[in-house]
Design a binder for this molecule. Structure first.
Ligand SMILES: Nc1ncnc2c1ncn2[C@@H]1O[C@H](COP(=O)(O)OP(=O)(O)O)[C@@H](O)[C@H]1O
Ligand SMILES: [Mg+2]
Length: 287
């Protein structure tokens, strides 16, 4: 392997810096660029380029950031990644995995239909149906369909607040993603799958939101065989080569809350001696 490209946000990103460091340690070239600056050509070359680099010259491309955009922009970017794959370039995570994980409804549907326990959820475009879901669950979390880092999620237990919130969301033509609140003692498990391996940590939040980016503390956690199997199977169903799997435990039940195709691992890295970035790059180079 001679050259790896990483799609990044352009801002300093600890995870990307870790990956770049490991790539360079192996004597492999590393270039970063934004996914929003792709240029695709038909009937002439380069077929897909970014900031002047012909992307067919890369042995692998790692996607670490998909900038926000319109439906057109997002579909073009993903289609360009599919094209690169068709041209034989290794894309990690593959575009199919990024598509499957971007949408919390799609992710959970694929998991549930493969027999993995998911959280009780109603997804709808109709405000009246959203209200019915609130009445049914009583205590709900309303999530952005494409959200991450715990940002923009609301816990609602009050009927009037539900009504006003859903009315406001209607104006933005949002899809309602309404999930039953599952008490979990302010903690959940983050499993990081890399190929056939799984590392894990317990995240302990100050409130119900346990994202490290929302201030949760991290402790080492030993996964039992059942959850290890669930994490591996979840990543496989979503076609991820590496993935962050969020697992909520409640009494003796567990639920897979979501899968991240662009997971961060700073929290997990702080409680494990394993060099996670090295593991990811070893996996990439070894395949
Ligand atoms: N239905 C739920 N009940 C209780 N806590 C939840 C529920 N869904 C999510 N959470 C908490 O919120 C965190 C973020 O939710 P998640 O679905 O992973 O969204 P994000 O993509 O923003 O990380 C989870 O790690 C979990 O601690
Ligand atoms: Mg999460």
């Amino acid at each position: 392997m001679k050259n790896i490209g990483i799609f990044t946000s352009g801002k300093s990103d600890w995870n990307v810096q870790q990956l770049e460091g490991e790539v360079k340690k192996k004597g492999i070239g590393c270039v970063t660029f934004p996914l929003s600056e792709l240029v695709a050509r038909l009937d002439s070359k380069p077929r897909v380029s970014c900031r002047g680099y012909d992307l067919e010259e890369f042995d692998a491309l790692i996607v670490r950031w998909v900038p926000k955009g319109s439906a057109e922009q997002l579909i073009f970017r993903m289609d360009a990644l599919h094209r690169l794959e068709n041209l034989g370039i290794r894309v990690v995570n593959p575009p199919i995995a990024i598509e499957r994980c971007a949408d919390k409804f799609y992710t959970s549907s694929l998991l549930e239909d493969a027999g993995i326990p998911t959280l009780p959820t109603v997804v709808t475009e109709k405000r009246s149906e959203a209200m019915k879901a609130f009445e049914e669950f009583g205590d709900v979390i309303v999530k952005p369909l494409f959200g991450s880092l715990g940002a923009g999620m609301l816990r609602i237990t009050d009927r009037d607040l539900a009504y006003r919130t859903f009315s406001a969301l209607e104006f933005g033509r949002y899809v309602y993603f309404i999930q039953k609140f599952i008490p979990h003692n302010n903690r959940d498990i983050r499993a990081l799958v890399i190929g056939n391996e799984v590392l894990a940590a317990m995240r302990i939040g100050e409130g119900w939101k346990t994202n490290v980016s929302a201030g949760a503390k991290v402790e080492p956690y030993e996964l039992d065989d059942e959850l290890k199997e669930v994490a591996l199977k979840s990543a496989e169903i979503l076609k991820c080569e590496y993935a962050g799997v969020d697992i909520i435990k409640n009494l003796d039940k567990f639920y897979v809350a979501e899968i991240n195709a662009i997971p961060g691992w700073k929290g997990l890295q702080s409680v494990t001696p394993v060099n996670i970035a090295e593991k990811i790059i070893d996996h990439l180079v070894g395949q």
